[in-house]
Ligand binder design. Sequence first.
Ligand code: RAM
Length: 346
Amino acid sequence: MFSHDRKRRPLGVGITALAVGAALALSGCATGGGGATDGGDGDNLAITFLPKNLGNPYFDTSNAGGEEAIEEFGGTYSEVGPSEASPTSQVTFIQTAAQQGVGGLVVSANDPEAICDALNEARDAGVKVVTFDSDTNPECRDLFINQATAEGIAKVQVDLIAEQIGDAGQIAILSASANATNQNAWIEMMEEDLAANHPNIELVETVYGDDDDQTSFDKTAALLQTYPELKGIISPTTVGIAAAARYLSTSEYKGKVALTGLGTPNQMREYVEDGTVTSFALWNPADLGYLAAYATKALIEGEITGEEGDTFEAGKLGDYEVGADASVLLGDPFVFDADNIGDFDF
Ligand code: RAM
């Protein structure tokens, strides 16, 4: 059983705070809203969450964590977002939030560069910009809330696939959108780990499902047709792994082609129970959103500026410290399998 690691050591070396059995109500995706609100002492605690796209249970959960935090500290929560996870689809939402005069914007970026001008214009207008989940270039935001180290996220997925295919054979990667900062960082590190430590595993191709369910499903089918010797698929996206699992579960490849990556327990449960998937990883998205909201509050109130060594309090999660490159680390990734998946509800 895992409990909240209340006092974080610098750079959060503790266990990811996974709320066991937490009944996380999925966010109602309240759109619009925004506008200046007052946390009680003159600070503008209107905070807008902007996910890569709407309709992804991962972001519903992370943003519900943000909403919980914002309610706790008396701010105003809103969520807006595009329907497609494409590089520039977030720009107009950033501009609108800035025009509405929000105090903070919490963004998961579809592209490290494409939203930079819009974010910097918002910052010039006084909005505190926090990236979470998927970063922009560091000069375009005040802080990045990182779910786990890229090295750790890459390693857990390579370790899982190696274990599941006997450390030998062809594998492919089914990613999110081609420009996603987070997936691209993880893929680069997975490639390095494979080359250095798994000489008998061959990565034959990386394909992109754009964090769209149908595209990811179709790309899975195409991979299996193109590579008849394929032994496994790593999908470092909750949308991709769920779509790939759905495809595999009713195909001749079920139980023969391994699938792992990053998934939410609620989306993956049936595929673990029916034997399509053995194990996969993630962190607690609700805690990530919750931490991002408290970090945004600390910036708005001037308690932190993003300097390395700055510390702030994040409600039930305890104290956090800003690390290098104005980033804050939530914790470690966590592996889900048939033995523990029943303990989680998100
Ligand atoms: C999808 C998104 C998100 C990523 C997770 C693992 O929901 O691409 O950015 O962090 O997967």
